[in-house]
Design a protein around this ligand. Structure first.
Ligand SMILES: [Fe+2]
Length: 271
């Protein structure tokens, strides 16, 4: 059995200090086997913001793995954005923007979906290049078959049910098809600051496997999971700060959501 805490969109530079402190206590108080951080550690990739993110990571007692988000490359310093977009991320967070993790039960492959430029006005959307899909397939294939496999990116792989037109990471369909072929059971992402979980299109019967607020996905049926923003004051709609708690056991993933109620972290009310 493995326990994962999935945090996302921390956005240091625009966080609520009380939420940050309580999150550190919460994550360390019942330490998971792994923390996955699915991007947007900062607000605008400023060195001071990265320093705050690094200080947060240094306080965590569990191992962690992460990917950059679109906010983790500078929107102001265009020379840096184009020449060395991930230099600050590599310096403060992690040298590798696409790390892997494997132990005796789970295998995690990370994808960097951030673009420095796009042929459209909004450069915040993400994409997966064909070469990244091929590399991810090779990395997954190199892992033992019995591991429960997870892919992490910043931008969403599936839209929420309440917004079927939501912009997804570019080549989401191709990527999910490849992940399914590789036996991936779970994808973890953020960016939208909304938490939800949904099966990949081919595995989606329309009915969610939700019981008492816990979403369950099993190997052979790919579940795509989104996290809310764990610590940012930049929230969407009525969504509170949130993160996901995931338990992997016997080939299945159970996903529940923790939310900030204004005074502490509590279980989200069953949907
Ligand atoms: Fe983002």
């Amino acid at each position: 059995m493995r326990r994962i805490s999935h945090i996302s969109d921390l956005h240091f530079g625009r966080t609520d200090p009380a939420v940050v402190e309580a999150l550190v206590d919460e994550l360390n108080g019942d330490a998971p086997d792994l923390i996955v951080a699915s991007g947007d550690f900062t607000m605008a990739a400023r060195p001071s913001e990265f320093a705050q993110a690094r200080a947060f990571l240094n306080r965590l007692s569990s191992p962690w793995i992460g990917v950059p988000g679109n906010h983790d490359i500078s929107p102001y310093d265009l020379v840096q954005r184009f020449a060395r977009p991930f230099a600050r991320y590599r310096h403060a967070i992690a040298q590798d923007t696409e790390p892997c993790f494997a132990d005796g039960e789970i295998g995690v492959v990370c994808l960097n979906t951030v673009r420095r430029w796009a042929p459209e006005p909004d450069w915040s959307h993400g994409v997966i290049r064909r070469s990244q899909i091929a590399r991810t397939e090779a990395r997954l294939a190199a892992m033992p078959e019995y591991l429960f496999k997870i892919v992490v990116g910043h931008h969403p792989f599936r839209p929420p049910r309440w917004d079927e037109e939501a912009r997804l990471v570019g080549r989401a369909d191709l990527a999910l098809a490849a992940f399914r072929r590789c036996g991936v059971g779970l994808t973890l992402a953020g960016h939208l600051h909304r938490h939800y979980a949904r099966f990949a299109l081919e595995d989606d019967s329309g009915a969610e496997a939700v019981d008492q607020g816990v979403m369950r996905g099993c190997r052979g049926r790919l579940l795509t999971v989104q996290a809310g923003s764990a610590t940012s004051t930049r929230l969407r709609g009525n969504e509170p700060n949130a993160y996901n708690r995931i338990t992997i056991a016997e080939g299945c993933a159970s996903v529940s959501v923790r939310v900030w109620d204004g005074g502490g972290w509590v279980d989200a009310a069953p949907a």
